[in-house]
Structure formats: structure tokens, C-alpha cells
Design a protein around this ligand. Structure first.
Ligand SMILES: Cc1cc2nc3c(=O)[nH]c(=O)nc-3n(C[C@H](O)[C@H](O)[C@H](O)COP(=O)(O)OP(=O)(O)OC[C@H]3O[C@@H](n4cnc5c(N)ncnc54)[C@H](O)[C@@H]3O)c2cc1C
Ligand code: FES
Length: 484
């Protein structure tokens, strides 16, 4: 049987979620199809920077490409407002904080780039101004003395994209949208009234008729375009990010750099997220990029990114990096968004430029030594006598191994688990023998950092996907679903 919808949205990232939510809000019947898990790819792996100034990659290739990229400024301005309102409109937080953002200059050449960039952005209506080094440090005392100027935009900030994506999909569902995960669109055929959509999911083949198909397939945009008979040129980019251990709040703003790849911000948990476009290695099969495998981290990028951060925010030097990861995003050859109707495939669109997006990628474009002397690289040998326990209280063994008093009951995939009041869900699940919390990229996931940084412990709790169990306290009757 073929089910009919006004719109089929392909892709369950930020864009697909936002589109489904908005279309359903207009009264359209919507089906969102996602081949993996919601928010699993770029939308759940990014830095969450809301940056509306032209990025380093837009100014590094000269003035002409900067002018071209600036043509997307109306979308940036719209995005700035849309992100501000989003939490209220959705009725749940998406972690948006807009306390302003800096783009820094440390050399006379970079100052000249900033001056031209700010002039161009002001022409397009962006609220941005040029500060000298001392003025910048008065607003942001954590900046290094090497900063000689900065472009400051008060609209910039951050969002928690790991919660924003699922929140958008929940909003869409509340408005009546239907969602199918692990369901890949395999064919798109045009007919008089729209599109025949074929998808393959856990229950076999699905046939749907849609008046409109919206492609929000991120790095798979070109591939999905091909099955619709449309040419959508995109370039896959593998990028990396790092996160530090938490520390007391000291960075209020988003920090970027006019002369190197850098974006840096502190989260509400106190960790510092460091990224900004340093490359990772795309997976490859038969000489072509393999988008289904996770990109490989490059040591030189991790080091280069950390150096860039320490250079302008010296306070980051004392923070240990607890995790680095890579993800794949996409850009277009001219760095402008791919928006609108697909040429040659009427009724098939990339998301329009009115969505919830922070910048080009979050928007329609996406639908467009340790070293021992004599033994390099080997860790020094450790003798048994050198090993000491640190931080362990000198309490009697009997006390440490006393049975927990379990007075809270909840379920994990329908199985009853008991826990002690005040325990974290992660702790209770581990104590109950649960070893796999989720599966991503075919790998088993379980708690790693135990402090809310790595998201390895995330499961669905009471229908809220990507809930970090290491930060969530057990409650009577809570319904936990592992994503395996
Ligand atoms: C490391 C990193 C850091 C970044 N930092 C920032 C930042 O700070 N600020 C910023 O604005 N942007 C940033 N980005 C870019 C941003 O994450 C992306 O632009 C954005 O998430 C794209 O959203 P999307 O919904 O278009 O794509 P995605 O999140 O990739 O979603 C597309 C979805 O489509 C699904 N799909 C594909 N083909 C099919 C099919 N045939 N059938 C069904 N489903 C399909 C995929 O499985 C995927 O889930 C970063 C990206 C990376 C990788
Ligand atoms: S976020 Fe790392 S274990 Fe929970």
C-alpha cells in the first residue's frame, strides 16, 4: 500500500528536523526518513558555533571569494534571529547562548583582512565592529596580549546541537509529523502528482507518495540528488574537534581567528570545545570517499588546533583534552548555499533559506611522548612499586563493598532495573550488567568520560533521545531505551 504525504523529508539531522517541524507547522502532512539514527552525523558531531561573521575559510582565498560568500548574509541574519527564538518556539531548550563572538587578528595582515571583512559585513547589515587589542581584552580578559584587533559581533554564540536536533524532531512529531529511522531512501520517481518514494527500513520496503520531496541529506546530498535525477554538486569535508576537561567558567564568547582555523567556546558544563575546520582523513573505498565510515583523526590537526587555541586563549594550556573526534560535513564549490528547487526534478527541493541554521553548513547548502631516550615512541616502563592509588579514601574495604540499598525501580528496554536513590542512570545500568548503551558506526558504546563530555553513554530516556546517562539521576518508573 502506498501512503500519501504532502512532504517527504530525507535526512534526520538539524536541517531535516527543522524542515519537518516548520512544514508540519504550516499544516503539511510530513514524513521524515532517516537512514541511521536521528542527529547521528554532522548535526550531532559539530561544535555548535553560531557564527555569522564570514569564516576563515571564506576569507583565506582572497577578496573575491569573500565577497561571493557574503551574498549569503541575509540567511545568516535570519538564522541569528531564528536561533534566538527557537527554544521558546519549540517549548524546550536547545542550549542557545548568544553573548557575542570575536574574530581575532594577531598580525597587521590579519587586521587588514578584518577591516575589509567588517566593512563588507556592515554593508550587508550585520551588527559587527572592529576593536583594538586592549578594547578586546576589556570585554574578554582571557585573550592573549598577542591579539592586536578583533571583529566583534554581539549576535554570535553557541547552540547545543546534540540536543537541538532531537528537540526539532520532537517538535515536528508534536505537530503531527511521522518519523522513520534506519530507513534509507533508495528510489525517487516522478509522477504527475509528485514523487513516488521508495525506502528500505527494518520492516522491509516502504512505498510513499509525496507532493514534495525535501533533501536534507547532508554529505549524502549529491548521492540523493542522483537518485532523483538532479545534479547537486557538494564536496565532503572531514573535520575534527576536541573537548577539554571541565574548568571554572572563564570564556564567555565564541572565539574565532582571521588567520588560522579556530573556533573555541566554553560549554555550560565548563568544558572547552576547540575546533574550527582542522581536517581529518575521509574514509576511502576504491579511491573514492566512503561516507559511511567515520573519518580518521590526524595527529597534526589535533596538535595544530590546540596550538591555535593556546596562542590566543592561554588559559586553555592547562586543560587536558579528554576527547577528539571527527565528522563529515559538506560545502559547495562556491561556498554558497544550495537552496530551492532541483533543476530537472520539479517538486524536489533543498530546504528553503528560512530555516534554523547558524551558517552555511547548518543551512540549505547542506541540501547543498611520550618519548624515552633511545626508545622513541615507547612509554617508559613502570615498575610495580611505582604504582600508587590516587584519591582513594582510606576507608574500610567492608564499607566500600557494602551492598547498595536499592529503592528506585526503572526499566531498560523493558527490563526492570533497581537502583539506589541518587545514583546516575549510567551507574545503575552498569551495576545491572548493561554493557552496550548504543551502537554507532557498528561499534558498541558505553560510558567513557563520566562527566557529560563524550556522549558515549547517551540513550533515550522517557522519549528524550541522546540523554547522557552519566549526568542523569535515576527516577522511579523512568523508561530507558538503549539505541542498539
Ligand atoms: C566536526 C564538525 C564541526 C562543525 N562545527 C560547526 C559549527 O560549529 N557551526 C556550524 O554551523 N556548523 C558546523 N558544522 C557543520 C554542521 O554540523 C552541518 O552543516 C550540519 O549539521 C548539517 O546538517 P544536516 O541536517 O544538513 O546534515 P546531517 O546532520 O549530516 O544530516 C543528514 C542526514 O541525512 C541522512 N541521509 C542521507 N542519505 C539518506 C537517505 N538516502 N535516506 C535517508 N536518510 C539519509 C543521513 O544519515 C544524515 O543523518 C560542523 C561539522 C563537523 C563535522
Ligand atoms: S557523556 Fe561521557 S560518559 Fe556520559
Amino acid at each position: 500500500m502506498t501512503v500519501r504525504y504532502d512532504a517527504v523529508v530525507i535526512g534526520g539531522g538539524l536541517l531535516g528536523g527543522a524542515l519537518s517541524w516548520m512544514l508540519a507547522g504550516e499544516g503539511a502532512s510530513v514524513l521524515l526518513l532517516e537512514k541511521d539514527q536521528l542527529n547521528q552525523h554532522a548535526s550531532g558531531q559539530n561544535a555548535g558555533s553560531l557564527h555569522f561573521q564570514l569564516e576563515y575559510r571564506m576569507v583565506e582565498n582572497g577578496w573575491e571569494s569573500a565577497r561571493t560568500a557574503a551574498a549569503a548574509m541575509p540567511l545568516h541574519l535570519h538564522a541569528a534571529e531564528a536561533w534566538t527564538r527557537l527554544g521558546d518556539e519549540l517549548g524546550e531548550s536547545v542550549g542557545v547562548v548568544q553573548r557575542g563572538g570575536f574574530m581575532l587578528a594577531e598580525t597587521a595582515e590579519q587586521v587588514a583582512v578584518l577591516e575589509r571583512k567588517v566593512g563588507l559585513e556592515q554593508e550587508w547589515g550585520l551588527d559587527v565592529s572592529l576593536l583594538d587589542g586592549d578594547e578586546s581584552r576589556r570585554v574578554a580578559p582571557y585573550l592573549s596580549d598577542s591579539v592586536v584587533a578583533a571583529a566583534y559581533c554581539p549576535l554570535e554564540g553557541k547552540a547545543e546541537t546534540r540536543i537541538a536536533g532531537p528537540a526539532l524532531v520532537r517538535g515536528a512529531v508534536r505537530r503531527g509529523a511521522h518519523v522513520r529511522t534506519h530507513t534509507r531512501v533508495t528510489a525517487l520517481e516522478r509522477d504527475a502528482g509528485g514523487w513516488r518514494v521508495t525506502a528500505r527500513g527494518p520492516e522491509g520496503e516502504l512505498h510513499v507518495h509525496a507532493t514534495t520531496v525535501m533533501i536534507a541529506a547532508g554529505v549524502w546530498t549529491t548521492e540523493v540528488g542522483e537518485i532523483a535525477g538532479a545534479q547537486l554538486p557538494t564536496i565532503p569535508l572531514a573535520l575534527m574537534m576536541s573537548v577539554t576537561a571541565p574548568t571554572a567558567p572563564f570564556i564567555d564568547h565564541l572565539v574565532q581567528h582571521a588567520g588560522t582555523k579556530l573556533s573555541l567556546k566554553q560549554t555550560k558544563e565548563g568544558t572547552v570545545l576547540i575546533g574550527g575546520g582542522w581536517p581529518a582523513a575521509l574514509g576511502r573505498r576504491a579511491g573514492a570517499p566512503d561516507l559511511e565510515v567515520r573519518p580518521r583523526l590526524l595527529a597534526e590537526s589535533i596538535v595544530g588546533n590546540a596550538r591555535a587555541a593556546i596562542g590566543v586563549v592561554p588559559g586553555t594550556a592547562r586543560l587536558p583534552v579528554v576527547r577528539s573526534w571527527a565528522g563529515t560535513t559538506t560545502i559547495t564549490p562556491d561556498q554558497l548555499p544550495l537552496v530551492g528547487r532541483c533543476r530537472g526534478a520539479p517538486g524536489c527541493s533543498w530546504p528553503p533559506g528560512v530555516g534554523v541554521h547558524s551558517r552555511t553548513e547548518l543551512r540549505p547548502r547542506a541540501v547543498r611522548s611520550r618519548r624515552r631516550a633511545g626508545a622513541p615512541g615507547r612509554p617508559p616502563a613502570v615498575r610495580a612499586g611505582q604504582i600508587r592509588s590516587h584519591g582513594m579514601k582510606n576507608e574500610p574495604l567492608a564499607e566500600r563493598t557494602a551492598p547498595r540499598r536499592c529503592d528506585v525501580a526503572f526499566t531498560v528496554d523493558g527490563r526492570r532495573v533497581i537502583a539506589a536513590a541518587g545514583e546516575t542512570v549510567a551507574g545503575a545500568m552498569l551495576a545491572a550488567g548493561e554493557r552496550t548503551f548504543a551502537r554507532r558506526y557498528g561499534e558498541r558504546r558505553a560510558p567513557l568520560c563520566n562527566m557529560g563530555t563524550c556522549f558515549e553513554c547517551a540513550v533515550t530516556v522517557d522519549d528524550a533521545p541522546l540523554t547522557r546517562t552519566c549526568l542523569t539521576t535515576v527516577r522511579e518508573g523512568m523508561d530507558v531505551r538503549t539505541d542498539v
